[in-house]
Design a protein around this ligand. Structure first.
Ligand code: CAA
Length: 257
């Protein structure tokens, strides 16, 4: 399939989506989001893909929603069009998805990265929610996901001042899982994705579902959900294989069943 604003490739069992709109620092215009969603649908439906990596360029993961596209919207355009709903396909992706972030991840760029399961950042990454400088506030999770990840104080600091934080501060704050040298970003992201894709896909998907549940519910309900899903894993062939392989001191051969 031909894409205009992204590049899509498979590397073994890893599907890679690269935002590729350099003239606008990967600003997230609607056609770009439509293409990301098409690529996600393609990878979700492909048995050969076990993990997805979403990345940008060395200069920008994404510099936010497309300001030029948004600037003339009326309230009714925004309300009835509800363009951000389209972005949420990333957060609904059932297969594991890693954001590999170099350069700017601002506004909607930071929000898009937070919709992924975890963020691996290059040491040149810069995160921020500068919407307040444009006379708006974050609209794709910046006041919600960011607050859960970094806590109220830092989220307030970022959303109210619009300042950027570097990769080191982002890791210290819990936004980023790990920071790697910029030159190694894709190698490290692919290594992590490859590792995940080498495990049982249904088990990885259920694990992701269970971790995500912790954001949606109370501890008691979350623990109950986790226990039920854990029990259900004993109905899989991969549980039998994984544990048998340990006992027999060999590598497991997961069948994704
Ligand atoms: N939307 C549209 N175009 C953008 C853009 C964006 N978010 N960010 C950058 N661009 C464009 C610029 O307009 C410029 O295009 P032209 O060459 O045609 O003028 C090109 O990308 C390069 O940008 P700069 O010349 O500004 O590059 P720089 O290196 O000097 O600065 C930057 C980089 C600090 C990231 C700066 O581009 C910037 O501040 N961008 C805007 C960041 C921002 O405010 N993001 C939040 C958007 S709102 C949002 O995301 C709402 C939401 O929650 C959903």
């Amino acid at each position: 399939m031909g894409y205009e604003h992204i590049r899509v490739e498979s590397k073994g069992r890893v599907g890679v989506i690269t935002l590729d709109r350099p003239q606008a620092l990967n600003a997230l215009c609607t056609p770009l989001i439509d293409e990301v969603n098409q690529a996600l649908t393609q990878f979700e439906g492909d048995d050969k893909i076990g993990c997805i990596v979403l990345t940008g360029s060395e200069k920008a993961f994404a510099a936010g929603a497309d300001i030029k596209e948004m600037s003339e919207l009326t309230y009714m355009d925004a309300y009835l069009g509800d363009f951000i709903t389209k972005w949420e396909q990333v957060s609904r992706t059932r297969k594991p998805i890693i954001a590999a972030v170099a350069g700017y991840a601002l506004g909607g760029g930071c929000e898009l990265a937070m919709m992924c399961d975890f963020i691996i950042a290059a040491d040149n990454a810069k995160f921020g929610q500068p919407e307040i400088t444009l006379g708006v506030m974050p609209g794709a999770g910046g006041t919600q996901r960011l607050t859960r990840l970094v806590g109220k104080s830092k989220a307030m600091d970022l959303c109210l001042t619009g300042r950027m934080m570097d990769a080191e501060e982002a890791e210290r704050s819990g936004l980023v899982a790990r920071v790697v040298p910029a030159d190694d970003l894709m190698t490290e992201a692919l290594k992590a994705a490859d590792k995940i894709a080498g495990f049982s896909l249904p088990i990885a998907m259920m694990t992701k579902e269970s971790v995500n549940r912790s954001y949606e519910t109370t501890l008691t309900e979350g623990l109950r959900f986790e226990r039920r899903v854990f029990h259900s894993m004993f109905a899989t062939e991969d549980q039998k294989e994984g544990m048998a392989a340990f006992v027999e001191k060999r590598k497991p051969q997961f069948s994704n069943k």
